[in-house]
Design a protein around this ligand. Structure first.
Ligand SMILES: NC(=O)c1ccc[n+]([C@@H]2O[C@H](COP(=O)([O-])OP(=O)(O)OC[C@H]3O[C@@H](n4cnc5c(N)ncnc54)[C@H](O)[C@@H]3O)[C@@H](O)[C@H]2O)c1
Length: 323
């Protein structure tokens, strides 16, 4: 049984939700975060927090030993697609080199499970429905660095008999039903941008790229609620620990929703004063991609709880209002 879990990036959007859930499950949660994009406000009061960079091997090693860490959930990363295109060195350093440093620090310690948050951005664009065996050909620098990190994790974990769970998330949205955790960072995030706009008097919902060969010209994504993704982490971690096996899994709902459909759903909450604005497409954006999740559903007994578009939109707006 897993007991003492180290979450890197636990002061971030997804990490705060995973912490909340694991603490509810009576696990000990230890958070390492340098607060580069995270927030003190998102650190669960019941978790133990260390402000540190994941590449600080000495400090991380002592945290692992002191807290008898059995499992690591590695979320700390740089993740803005556009920023990665402009500053590839930063992305290579934080996502590849720092992951290498972290996994090396875990070797020959009490750590026996390692979960890594990867992304749909590792897949070749234009495939639409992707399985874990689909062609890997990242279009963005961000995707490239995540794929390189996956490879480093697999190699090191195999050699050192650490179970790994590589979770390729699709697009994470929404906020915790408890109202305590959600997305604060104003990074380029569709639901965040739309939620901010919808609270204005005259909301302008910008769609980047409207001439793609999709049903309505906008990009298609597989959006998944952050509470569902948190549940996947808890279950996958328990399972890899129990059966002593490693797994790569897509995490989504297998439902393609276009950006325009999302915009229209948001507009339902804007008293008819909102407008959709067409903007040029962005470099690095995938056109359409959704997850095949057969493997995930076979591996754990997970079923989505928050998969209605309306639920995801309302959850995001409610959080934005609370800020
Ligand atoms: N949000 C999404 O839609 C999405 C989709 C796919 C994958 N992911 C992955 O999920 C993970 C978490 O994303 P998020 O949305 O919660 O982002 P986030 O920015 O809210 O969280 C990342 C956290 O990591 C911390 N961090 C970054 N570099 C660090 C370092 N070197 N040392 C210590 N802490 C560091 C940041 O301060 C932040 O708190 C990332 O690895 C990301 O690539 C996110």
């Amino acid at each position: 049984m897993t007991k003492n879990i180290l979450i890197t990036g636990g002061a971030g959007y997804i990490g705060s939700h995973i912490s909340e859930l694991l603490l509810k499950d009576k696990k000990k949660v230890i958070i390492v975060d340098n607060l580069s994009t995270g927030f003190k406000k998102l650190i669960n009061r019941k978790a133990k927090f260390y402000k540190a960079n994941i590449n600080n091997t000495k400090k991380i090693k002592s945290i692992i030993i002191k807290n008898k860490i059995d499992s690591v959930i590695h979320l700390a990363a740089s993740l803005i697609i556009g920023e990665g295109e402009k500053n590839p060195k930063k992305y290579y350093k934080n996502n590849v080199l720092n992951t290498k440093s972290l996994i090396s620090t875990c070797l020959n310690t009490s750590v026996r499970n390692f979960i890594f948050s990867s992304t749909a951005a590792v897949y070749k664009d234009g495939k639409y429905q992707v399985t874990e065996k689909s062609q890997l050909k990242p279009k963005s620098i961000y995707g490239k660095t995540k794929l390189a990190a996956e490879k480093i994790i697999i190699k090191n974990c195999k050699k050192n008999k650490i179970n790994y769970g590589i979770l390729r998330y699709f697009n994470i949205v929404g906020a915790s039903p408890s109202g305590k955790f959600g997305l604060i960072n104003k990074a380029d995030h569709l639901f965040k941008n739309f939620s901010i706009q919808i609270l204005k008097k005259k909301p302008l919902l910008k769609i980047y790229g409207t001439k793609y060969s999709t049903k309505d010209g906008s990009c298609i994504r597989d959006f998944i609620h952050v509470s569902d993704i948190a549940e996947i982490h808890a279950q996958v971690l328990n399972k890899i620990d129990k059966i002593n096996k490693s797994k790569i899994l897509n995490c989504g709902y297998s439902k393609g929703i276009s950006v325009r459909e999302v915009a229209e759903k948001f507009l339902e909450y804007s008293n008819q004063k909102g407008k959709i604005i067409k903007a040029p497409k962005r470099k690095g954006d995938l056109v359409k991609i959704i997850a095949v999740t057969k493997n995930l559903k076979n591996f754990i007994k997970w079923r989505p709880k928050f998969d209605k578009l309306d639920v995801m939109v309302r959850s995001s707006i409610k959080w934005e209002k609370s800020l």
